[in-house]
Write a protein that binds this ligand. Structure first.
Ligand SMILES: *Cc1c(COP(=O)(O)O)cnc(C)c1O
Length: 353
């Protein structure tokens, strides 16, 4: 049976990327596996360099003072690494969901945190608006896409201080002026590659301004000076991420994939809006093009609906426990047809009910 993987992460990757990655597991370099070659070998150093430059190229940040790093520990480690490297006294955070909340908790270990705005009272079904970012703070931190609640920032505030963004679940999915950010981070397992690597893109001139001693492995400057190889990097995750970035580049880059992502979002949201059996969770103007969250209006249909999903090979549609209902994650590799299969089931359910 063909499976349609709507999982929030780890998640779908393009089939051809997985094929190439699996070939490299068996034979990458004259009979040697990608899993056994030295990370100091020329062939892996080339992969690391290519990955770092592809990330900057796709984001339109080449030659603009940024460095790309592939680190470990996931986006969750960036919650503290950002604060360690940038928080001298106090930082400003926008609280739009579970992940921002966690980033705030970690930053509080290192200094004072101001929540400039929060949508907690609305259980994060919306993005706060009308706040201002103060200029006398060390940096401003936001989360571009809220994977759990299905909201997404459509615009970003004007900032006189460095702007840091957790883009774990929508990096490479839409055109933005990425140079408005000074530091971007993203765990690989949503739109970049397999779990294990974390992409960090940082403007070098914001670093080196805090007075604390930073442990070497946590120090962006150290990681930059070691070309992202302070210690053994997650070679397989980085190699597969490189293949995935090449796939995206060949497709026409972010502007090409954005058109596909728009079509998928349009398809699912128009079904959610028109079908009386479903309610969208996120406020319309803030809803995410990557993760669509919705609930059934009639719980009696739950079993029927879920049986239909199983029969058509729909995987990973359960909502996060803090929201309930369903969540369709439609990252870059998700084909429009798969969203079509889901939407057909939703409209079949309406006919049956
Ligand atoms: C998944 C996710 C994280 C956590 O990523 P890990 O790599 O598992 O630490 C953080 N932020 C956002 C927005 C996410 O979607």
């Amino acid at each position: 049976m063909k499976r349609h993987n709507f999982s929030a992460g780890p998640c779908i990757l393009p089939k051809e990327v997985m094929l190439k990655a699996s070939e490299a597991v068996l034979d990458f370099d004259n009979g040697l596996s990608i899993l056994e070659i030295s990370h100091r070998s020329k062939s892996f150093v080339d992969i690391m360099e290519k990955s770092r430059s592809l990330a900057l190229e796709l984001l339109g940040l080449e030659g603009k003072g940024y460095k790309a790093l592939f680190l470990q520990g996931g986006a969750s480690t960036q919650f503290l690494m950002v604060a360690l490297n940038l928080l001298e006294k106090r930082a400003a955070y926008l609280n739009t969901g579970t992940w921002s909340d966690k980033a705030i908790q970690e930053a509080r270990i290192y200094g004072e945190v101001l929540e400039v705005a929060s949508s907690k009272d609305a259980n994060f079904n919306t993005i706060p608006k009308g706040y201002t970012v103060p200029s006398d703070y060390d940096y401003f931190h936001c989360t571009s896409n809220n994977t759990i609640f299905g909201t997404q920032m459509k615009s970003f505030p004007k900032c006189n201080i460095p702007m840091v963004c957790d883009m774990s679940s929508d990096i490479f999915s839409r055109k933005l002026d990425y140079s408005q950010f000074d530091l971007i981070y993203a765990g690989a397992q949503k739109n970049i590659g397999p779990a294990g690597a974390t992409l960090v893109v940082v403007r070098e001139d914001i670093l080196g301004k805090v007075s604390r001693k930073i442990p070497s492995i946590m120090d962006y400057k150290m990681q930059i000076s070691k070309d992202s190889m302070f210690n053994t990097p997650p070679v397989f995750s980085i190699y597969t991420s490189m293949l995935n970035m090449e796939w995206l580049k060949d497709l026409g880059g972010i502007s090409a994939i954005e058109k596909e992502n728009n079509k998928k979002a349009q398809l699912i949201y128009s079904e959610i809006d028109l079908n009386p059996l479903f309610n969208g969770y996120a406020k319309n103007e803030d809803r995410s093009k990557m993760n669509a969250t919705f609930t059934l209006t009639n719980q009696k249909l739950k079993e029927t609906f879920e049986t239909m999903l199983d029969e058509e090979g729909i995987n990973g549609l359960n909502g996060h426990r803090s929201v309930g209902g369903y969540r369709a994650s439609m990252y870059n590799a998700m084909p429009l047809e798969s969203v079509g299969v889901l939407v057909d089931i939703m409209s079949d359910l309406e006919r049956k009910a």
